[in-house]
Design a binder for this molecule. Structure first.
Ligand code: GLP
Length: 250
């Protein structure tokens, strides 16, 4: 049902280079192919700035007839301590930026709880009960994180509570009034193994701030030092990279 992680794999992700307005279209094409073939697909969704225009492009395509309201959404992560109603929570982001424009009932929106002690195990059970994730969208942090799997995360990791790197709290301060101290210190994130159990993965990266992490993920050693490098253990990964984020690729 879900793919096993192959320890011996080191596969180059398929690379799609697309900049400016083409970025959202190229990424939306990949999502649309899955959605059109399976309107009730389970879509794993990343938060952050990078995918915002991609979700907007999908919503535009909905107005042109693409059926999106039967999708189930599964988020990658959530901040610990934030109420789901908090406008800075990922629960709020996924509802407002993705589910509402795509016409998906909130009952089909799943985000790990930032308030429950058992959030990790609960979320693993939930993903299994949904039959796994058909297509997982992931972004990449400047330090190579995926979800909130910071450097040091193991390839075998599952959904769990993690501590955020200081650099991640600085990077995400914009969502918290510009104050890194206001960013929660911990999060609940799908693990690397959880992410790799999706049937297909699309990695999105825009901007020069991601160039080093993208190059390390694509060409560097596969290791916990760059969690995104573990995506090369999966056979169905496509990376959509703009010119700036791809600036250090060979
Ligand atoms: C955040 C999220 C990730 C996201 C990444 C990049 O901290 N936890 O899921 O992909 O960092 O975010 P952005 O697209 O805003 O650069």
């Amino acid at each position: 049902m879900t793919a096993a992680v192959r320890e011996d794999l080191d596969l180059a992700p398929a690379l799609v280079r697309a900049s400016g307005e083409q970025f959202a279209r190229a990424a939306a094409d990949l999502l649309e192919r899955v959605i059109a073939g399976k309107p009730d697909a389970v879509l794993g969704v990343a938060t952050g700035d990078t995918p915002v225009p991609v979700y907007a492009e999908l919503a535009r395509r909905r107005t042109l007839g693409l059926r999106t309201d039967l999708l189930t959404l599964v988020a990658l992560d959530e901040y610990v301590g934030l109420d789901p109603a908090d406008a800075r929570s990922y629960q709020h982001y996924v509802r407002e930026e993705i589910a509402a424009p795509l016409g998906i009932p909130f009952g089909n929106v799943h985000v790990p709880s930032g308030l429950s002690e058992t959030a990790g195990d609960d979320y693993e059970r939930l993903i299994l009960s949904l039959g796994g994730v058909d297509l997982q969208v992931v972004g990449i942090g400047r330090n190579g994180h995926i979800g909130f799997n910071e450097p040091g995360a193991e390839v075998t990791s599952r959904t769990r509570r993690v501590e955020l790197a200081e650099s991640t709290r600085r990077a995400n301060a914009g969502f918290f009034g510009g104050d890194p101290e206001a960013v929660p210190t911990h999060a609940v994130t799908q693990g690397i193994a959880t992410i790799l159990s999706a049937r297909e993965i699309v990695l999105l990266a825009r901007g020069a701030g991601k160039a080093e992490a993208v190059a390390a993920a694509v060409h560097g050693e596969i290791s916990s030092a760059v969690p995104a490098s573990f995506l090369r253990r999966h056979a169905q990964v496509t990376a959509v990279i703009d010119d700036d984020a791809g600036g250090m690729l060979a």
